[in-house]
Design a protein around this ligand. Structure first.
Ligand code: EPZ
Length: 418
């Protein structure tokens, strides 16, 4: 398992180009299962979760060609096999194949995803929604097996919670269902809008993009298409927070500022000095950064995927801060590790209480989940001395070679293969 050795307090300067969105690429790659024609994708990030999804789709018989610029996928000759526990355990997003496989083959078998570091992560909203489209499920030996007697039939579905994955699964299951599907209480994340735009370019008939009410008129089949993946707003937000933490002037490029409104608002309120351009955000040094109170929530509220990174910044800001986590029941795994680096954070149920004015001092720390790991990298870069981050595989799931990315702007991060 690789380690990162991070030298803190280096002056960072220059420009970071943000790569394509992992959480857009995953559902869009899966949507290719719906079509017998090729789908060409651009700006697909080279991160482990995406590469694992590519491996999974190849196991189903998908023909995939990938170079630096473009990924082409053709799912004409598919063999329907089940996604086993080992794959699903490693990558929860594999649950997204349920909708497309049911649409294509009328049946699907997939291992129950089980929990992970940040929570139990059930799939009840996915299954109940698909049952509304006519699917019969049984759960046996750790697998969920879905069958439909004939074709998926459009219906009205009301989600009890705006689940991102369930919204994506149901949209993909509905695009070739018989008649109209209306999804109310849908999640509104930009990655869902990106999926819908890709499906529309493939010939799907979808209205209500970006809203919590999505209507889909089933079509006969989908056709050849090309699509460019949006920029990764969580990676962009991570690097914006890094620039504020290290108080350096940095430009974060290939960004859609519209997707970061909640973060920008909070950072400005804390005293950050940001300039928003059409496709980039420039962070300038600021005199003082003050603590604040934040609550995570479904888009467009403050994203849970930036909660750990913001906590890192709050630890060295002036005064007290609070973060209330409302999406996942166990997403404070980074707190104990940040405290090892010198933070002063206490957790009580779903709220973290952060005492600011701390100084990070380098130490050995352990990554636990994707975003917790990157919060430790941010802390290490602003710490006195050296920080060693273990279990870097968590980080590689969603950040392209972070030591090279940040090395370009002066960060001293070395990867030690063990
Ligand atoms: C997506 O996960 C993202 N992953 C997550 O990003 C992100 O944190 C999450 O949305 C919330 O924004 C991908 O897009 C691949 P949910 P997803 O279904 O779809 C509960 C990262 O770091 N729930 O919106 O799994 C669930 O337990 C990852 O890139 C049910 O109860 O999230 C959770 O508490 C981490 N039943 C809440 O809803 C269900 O059937 C949000 O889950 C489904 C979800």
């Amino acid at each position: 398992m690789d380690k990162l050795i991070i030298q803190g307090k280096e002056i960072l300067k220059g420009t970071i180009n943000v790569h394509g969105a992992k959480n857009s690429s995953l559902p869009i790659l899966v949507s290719s299962l719906l079509s017998e024609e090729s789908l060409s994708l651009f700006n697909v990030p080279n991160v482990d979760d995406v590469n694992n999804m590519i491996t999974l789709l190849k196991c189903f018989g998908a023909k995939i060609r990938k170079n630096k610029k473009q990924l082409s996928i053709n799912c004409k000759n598919l063999k329907n096999i089940s996604a086993d526990y080992d794959i699903v355990r490693k990558m929860r997003a594999s649950i997204l194949i349920l909708g497309p496989l049911l649409s294509r083959f009328g049946n699907a078998k997939i291992s129950l995803p089980g929990g992970c570091a940040i929570g139990t992560r059930p799939i009840d909203i996915h299954l109940k929604g698909l049952e509304k489209l006519g699917v019969k499920f049984e759960i046996a030996n750790g697998f969920v097996i879905g069958n439909i007697s004939n074709k998926l039939v459009g219906n009205k579905i009301k989600l009890p919670f705006p689940s991102v994955g369930a919204t994506e699964n149901l949209i993909m299951a509905s695009v070739m269902a018989k008649g109209e599907t209306l999804i109310e209480g849908a999640a509104r994340e930009p990655e869902i809008e990106d999926l819908c735009k890709c499906l529309i370019s493939m010939g799907a008939n979808i209205d209500g993009l970006g809203t919590n009410k999505i209507s889909i008129q089933g079509v006969e089949n989908l056709r050849k298409a090309r699509h460019r993946i949006i920029s990764d707003r969580i990676v962009a937000g991570t690097f914006i927070i890094l620039a504020v933490m290290t108080n350096n002037k940095l430009e974060i490029k290939n960004v859609n500022p519209q997707h970061l409104v909640s973060l920008i608002k909070i950072l400005l309120k804390m005293g950050a000095n940001l300039k928003t351009l059409s496709k980039s955000i420039i962070v300038y040094p600021s005199k003082k950064i003050n603590g604040t109170k934040v609550k995570t929530g479904p888009y467009p509220n403050f994203p849970t995927d930036l909660q750990a990174q913001l906590m890192s910044l709050m630890s060295i800001s002036n005064g007290k801060s609070q973060i209330k986590e409302t999406i996942f029941e166990n997403r404070f795994m980074h707190v104990s590790e940040l405290n090892r680096l010198g933070a002063n954070i206490k957790v009580n149920k779903d709220t973290a209480y952060i005492h600011g004015n701390q100084t990070f001092k380098g130490a050995q720390v352990m990554a636990s989940d994707l975003r917790a790991s990157v919060s430790l990298v941010l802390a290490g870069l602003s710490a006195e001395g050296k920080t060693i981050l273990n279990r870097v595989y968590h980080l590689d799931r969603g950040y392209e070679k972070i030591e090279e990315y940040l090395g370009h702007i002066g960060a001293k991060i070395k990867r030690k293969k063990t």
